[in-house]
Ligand binder design. Structure first.
Ligand SMILES: [Zn+2]
Ligand SMILES: [Zn+2]
Length: 578
């Protein structure tokens, strides 16, 4: 990777957008109307209005023209222009969107026209010096987009592209895009029958099918065992609570746009919970607490509902209903450090088990509006840093980037194709204990305020499963696979034998299926490969006669062994994998 900064990349891509408009005007003439062409996260776009819309076949031609413009190495030159002159310029050229842009720029703001090659565009600047600096470009797609994002305005055609300083960086990005598409959890979710979104039930609500349900249940069981080892207590709290609780917690004041509306029962208003914290606080408050009860660690796979615009919903990654592996630690200020250490340790244990071994930590410290005593914040931030350092995690500090209620630690992982995902969050909170007036009786006999730590290590189960599916490209490791082995009898004559082996395996606790369809063996094997089942056990006449199974691993390895040998192999694999 080169040392290109984000600003360099944005300038390069923004310049590429000028070249895109240049190429379009060269190829399709001046009657194409031009709108805007910014750099975006992974590339750039330009919006056009063309009488006959662009078709995908146009993209290679436009791209070829852009490459000529890059090779010609034109300098980008800016010239100030008077408003009246700019208006005349675009009025003469019948460019209504440019005139609209001009009308939106405050009168006091100076205007600049930028020219590269034979193309001039009104622009604020932020370019590379010349077209050669744009490096390597690729046009990716065409989409419709309303002018200014407003559906009452004309629909424009948006051409998306990306650009990198070098061809090899562009190639690496395109390869990653292709790989990401192959791993898309929405596509795999359907192919492997893991989950669905049912239109009639509403957007952003996930239905787990039996196979996805198995994987999720195994993941939950694993986390539950870890929680037990770490001294967490399981609790279950209601999905709806009286609205007054969310008034006390402050959600109704500061989080209401993300909450579903109230429902009325016997004249009382209830809300579906957007977070689990208030429920756990009520459990804490249900009796007087002493320092001897602390730390109190309450854990729940808590399902919450939050309103998200339908436009931003995305498979399992952005949903309206999800389950957090949530827990709240109530402790004394002195216990913060050790609770943090244990939590970070637990996060790494869990993330590692699920196959992630590349982590980075982000610590967000006190913002200006942070509530409470500065010394307390300092102490807590140091505690977080010590916890992270003791684990040898690389970390970055986001100075002042915390929320107003306390410093926070985020742990991000890199997946199999190098993408970073934020999974674990450990958040100290000084505000909710205040709002709910939580206390504990200290060794001194006086009442004190506990500190609360919110932590979710997988985050949302839905989102985590989405990440997991993409990380493994649907080929879950043996311990997580919804079906660990499938029996493939070659003919009807071996179905009985296959059943008896299957019942031995399921008796030993494994997830086994039989494909006793009338398909030919090759077809059965192909089907199971598509399902990414770790082991296929083929049984024909020889295997029945010898009392063996022919084991074909997902990796391609083949070996004949007895059922008992296979059970031993599977057991040791599962034990070592998690
Ligand atoms: Zn520009
Ligand atoms: Zn919480």
């Amino acid at each position: 990777m080169s040392a290109t900064t984000t600003t360099d990349l944005a300038a390069l891509r923004h310049t590429a957008a000028h070249l895109l408009a240049h190429a379009v005007v060269d190829l399709f003439g001046d009657d194409v109307q031009l709108a805007i062409g910014p750099a975006i996260d992974n590339g750039f776009y330009y919006d056009f209005l063309k009488e006959t819309p662009f078709v995908p076949e146009d993209l290679p031609r436009i791209e070829a023209r852009m490459k000529e413009l890059i090779a010609a190495n034109f300098a980008m030159k800016g010239e100030p222009i008077e408003r009246a002159a700019a208006e005349t310029y675009y009025a003469q050229r019948h460019q209504p969107f440019k005139l609209d842009i001009l009308r939106g720029i405050p009168l006091a703001e100076p205007l600049t026209m930028y020219t590269i090659g034979g193309f001039t565009d009104l622009c604020r600047g932020g370019h590379v010096e010349s077209s050669k600096d744009v490096g390597a470009v690729k046009l990716l797609s065409i989409a419709g987009a309303y002018w200014r994002g407003d559906e009452h305005n004309p629909m424009l055609q948006r051409i998306y592209g990306t650009a990198f300083p070098t061809q090899s960086e562009l190639d690496a990005y395109l390869a990653q895009l292709e790989e990401a598409e192959r791993r898309d959890h929405r596509k795999l979710g359907k192919e492997l029958d893991l989950f669905s979104v049912e239109e009639q039930a509403g957007a952003g609500l996930i239905f787990w099918h039996p196979k996805g349900g198995r994987v999720r249940a195994i993941a939950e069981d694993f986390v539950r065992a870890e929680l037990r080892r770490r001294g967490y207590e399981p609790v279950y709290t209601p999905h709806i609570l009286h609205e007054s609780v969310f008034k006390t917690s402050g959600h109704l004041q500061s989080f209401v746009e993300n909450m579903f509306g109230p429902m009325e029962v016997e004249g009382q208003r209830y809300r579906i919970k957007p977070m689990n914290c208030p429920g756990h606080i009520l459990v804490y408050q249900s009796q007087p607490r002493s320092y001897r009860d602390l730390p109190l660690r309450l854990a729940e796979f808590g399902t919450v509902y939050r309103f998200e615009r339908s436009g931003v919903l995305h498979g399992l990654l952005r949903v309206r209903g999800f389950t957090q592996d949530d827990a709240h630690l109530f402790c004394t200020p002195d216990q913060v450090q050790s609770e943090y250490e244990s939590t970070v340790d637990s996060a790494l244990t869990i993330l590692k088990a699920f196959g992630f071994d590349n982590y980075s930590a982000y610590i967000s410290t006190r913002p200006d509006k942070g509530l409470g005593d500065d010394a307390v914040w300092q102490k807590a931030t140091t505690a977080i840093r010590n916890a992270v350092e003791s684990k040898g995690l690389p970390y970055e500090i986001d100075e002042g980037g915390g929320t107003f209620y306390g410093p926070k630690l985020d742990i991000k992982v890199r997946d199999a194709i190098g993408r970073e995902w934020q999974l674990s969050t450990v958040q100290i909170d000084y505000v909710l204990p205040e709002r709910f007036e939580l206390t504990f009786r200290g060794a001194d006999g006086a009442e004190h305020r506990p500190v609360m730590i919110h932590r979710a290590l997988l985050g949302s189960l839905e989102r985590f499963m989405g990440v997991l599916i993409e990380h493994y490209a649907g080929a879950f490791p043996v311990w997580l696979a919804p079906v660990q082995a499938v029996m493939l009898p070659i003919t009807d004559g071996q179905v009985e034998y296959a059943r008896s082996i299957a019942s031995q395996l399921s008796g030993a606790g494994f997830r086994v299926e039989i494909d006793d369809s009338n398909e030919r063996l090759q077809k059965k094997i192909r089907n199971q490969q598509l399902q990414k089942v770790p082991y296929m056990l083929v049984v024909g006449k020889t295997e029945v006669a010898d009392g063996t199974v022919n084991v074909r691993a997902r990796s391609g390895d083949q070996k004949t062994m007895t059922a008992a040998e296979f059970v031993a192999k599977l057991s040791s694999e599962v034990a070592s994998l998690k």
